[in-house]
Design a binder for this molecule. Structure first.
Ligand code: ASP
Length: 597
């Protein structure tokens, strides 16, 4: 190699050693006589000193150097003179006295400072992603991602899994999103679809007898980009034969406990991973991916308020609705404008209004509470006993604020779920180093798309219904629960999976229920139904979002930070400027023509 050592590895133990280093000029300081260069490579930074008395030539070359020049330097490692050590650098006790140097390649002035951790306009970062990736934060994230993927591969290999690659040019395999299509040159008018996941392929691998499959798989979904969503993303995709739900959940739990312990030992996990039924999660947290790093549970107050004189509460309950609430600890002194802001938020989420009950401005025992000390539009319609009962149910004390919503049960849950997140982050209730993994189970198999008036799979159409619920497929599909589970962490859905249907008659029945005609079933899924007739084993699996898990381990809040070349908010790759136009010839070869502008 052109270098003998890396910049970041040099320590006191190297004093006297002759080294050759290659890297980028991170910073250059000309002190008249001496020139100092902070030389950076992947492993870190070391100070290099150019002294005209050691080498006049070297010193002259160093005067030419600028930030981001690629240089090679040979010299001797020396102890820094006392008082000039840099405790902020791992190499800060030593420096390299340059004896020989050359510029391997100069650099234009970069469009942003690489050596300073300052916020840079995101479009600029993405256009020059290769420069952004030179910065320590991005480099740390790339390394972390590598460690995560390597850990997964080793862990699963040791347990008998084999990694199998599956095609990218394939047929639509539905996960509920829009497909990316690739026109076929050889078959005019026909298209491949990029896989939304390898779902059908991994099931076919089970029919093939692979038994334990995994893959670090690219998936493509043409959906709007969000902080936790990219048009293409990576999954740990996994499938096993002859298993029950417990086998899969326990395997993944062991994988993550062991991964975090190895790669991020400073982070804490809740062990064992809590399990929540879907309906429970919705009732208690208003979402199927609650952030369990803090409590603030939603509690039902309807029984306490059914006979209250406050008409909003009474009529909501009389109309079959609910009155539920959460407690915002220490927020009893919220001002009118702070309360108005919460009210606005709640309106934006579709609720009619928020009832707030302030339990005074300072802490103390609830037994000291008087109606005069309660601040709320509802106060004059409530008894002291009702307020105390509500406070107790919500785990509130003096000085706290009760946030209460009345209305249709689903809406009440949803709005309080959002409020819970807002208050959790406003009050910094989440322990930053906690990874609150949990499983959500017992999802309904289907959900009604009210607009289209048809059933949609809650997960995907290959998920098996619970055995005891199969008869309900004919009578009340809404009551059928699926053998489906999600893994969540800190308010994100990290992954999901299910035990699968493995007989063609049940699979056909579910497709029909989803509104596919027999011709459509044949055309789109005939290969699966046929495969299930050649001895398909019982099987199930899961897929975990690698980007999201790395994002949480890196304590980032956008998956773009952990993807080498991410797309921006509008699904554009700014480095390559993709998507882009193609030539008339290319279009013609693909048998495509675009409408006139
Ligand atoms: N294919 C599913 C998904 O991408 C995961 C699974 O069911 O294994 O969500």
């Amino acid at each position: 190699m052109l270098k003998s050592h890396s910049c970041g590895e040099l320590r006191k133990g190297h004093i006297g050693v002759k080294v050759t280093l290659c890297g980028w000029v991170d910073r250059r300081r000309d002190h008249g006589g001496l020139i100092f260069i902070d030389l950076r490579d992947r492993e870190g930074i070391v100070q290099v000193v150019f002294n005209p008395e050691t080498s006049k030539l070297c010193h002259e070359v160093a005067t030419e150097m600028r930030n981001e020049y690629v240089v090679r330097i040979s010299g001797e490692v020396a102890l820094r003179p006392p008082g000039t050590e840099n405790p902020g650098l791992p190499t800060g006790e030593v420096e390299v006295i340059a004896q020989n140097t050359d510029i391997l390649n100069p650099s234009k002035t970069p469009p942003f400072y690489i050596n300073e951790d300052i916020e840079v306009d995101e479009s600029l970062c993405l256009k020059y992603r290769y420069l952004d990736l030179r910065r320590p934060r991005a480099r740390k994230n790339l390394l972390l991602r590598h460690q995560v993927v390597k850990f997964i591969r080793d862990f699963l290999d040791a347990r008998g899994f084999i990694e199998v690659e599956t095609p990218i040019l394939i047929k639509s395999t539905p996960e509920g999103a829009r497909d990316y299509l690739v026109p076929s040159r050889l078959h005019p008018g026909k298209f491949y679809a990029l896989p939304q996941s390898p779902q059908q392929l991994k099931q076919l691998l089970m029919v093939a007898g692979v038994e334990k499959y995994f893959q670090i798989a690219k998936c493509f979904r043409d959906e709007d980009t969000r902080a936790d969503r990219q048009p293409e993303f990576t999954q740990l995709d996994l499938e096993m034969s002859f298993v029950e739900e417990e086998d899969i959940l326990n395997l993944l739990e062991a994988l993550f406990i062991s991964m975090v312990g190895t790669i991020k030992p400073e982070m804490r996990l809740i062990k064992p991973f809590p399990r929540l039924a879907y309906t429970d999660a919705m009732e208690r947290y208003g979402t199927d991916k609650p952030d369990l790093r803090f409590d603030l549970e939603i509690r039902d107050l309807s029984d306490i308020l059914a006979s209250s004189n406050f008409s909003i509460f009474r009529s909501a309950i009389a109309e079959g609705g609910k009155v539920k609430g959460i407690c915002a600890p220490g927020c009893g002194s919220y001002t009118r404008s702070q309360l108005d802001e919460l009210n606005k938020l709640v309106h934006g989420l579709g609720a009619e209004g928020l009832v707030t009950i302030s339990l005074g401005t300072s802490a103390g025992s609830l037994s000291d509470l008087t109606l005069e000390g309660v601040r709320s539009v509802a106060a004059k319609f409530l008894t002291l006993d009702q307020v105390k009962q509500m406070a107790e149910r919500l785990g509130a004390g003096m000085g706290d604020l009760l946030l209460i919503i009345a209305g249709k049960p689903e809406l009440v849950n949803k709005v309080l779920g959002e409020l819970r997140c807002v208050m959790g982050s406003r009050l910094s209730l989440a322990e930053p180093d906690l990874l609150a993994f949990a499983y959500i189970e017992n999802f309904p198999l289907l959900r009604k798309d009210e607009k289209a008036g048809r059933w949609e799979p809650e997960h995907h159409p290959f998920t098996a219904p619970r055995d005891e619920d199969i008869p309900l497929l004919d009578t009340s599909p809404d009551k059928v629960r699926g053998k489906h589970y999600d893994m969540i962490c800190n308010g994100y859905e990290i992954g999901g999976g299910s035990l699968r249907i493995y007989t063609s008659h049940l699979q056909r029945k579910v497709f029909r229920l989803l509104g596919y005609s027999d011709e459509e079933i044949e055309e789109r899924f005939g290969h699966m139904l046929e495969a299930f007739e050649y001895g398909a084993p019982p099987h199930g699996g899961i897929a975990i979002g690698i980007d999201r898990i790395v994002m949480l381990l890196a304590r980032e809040d956008n998956i773009r930070e952990v993807i080498a070349f991410p797309k921006n908010q509008s699904a554009v790759d700014l480095t390559f400027n993709a998507p882009s136009s193609v030539t008339e010839e290319q279009l013609a070869e693909l048998h495509l023509c675009l409408p006139e502008e």
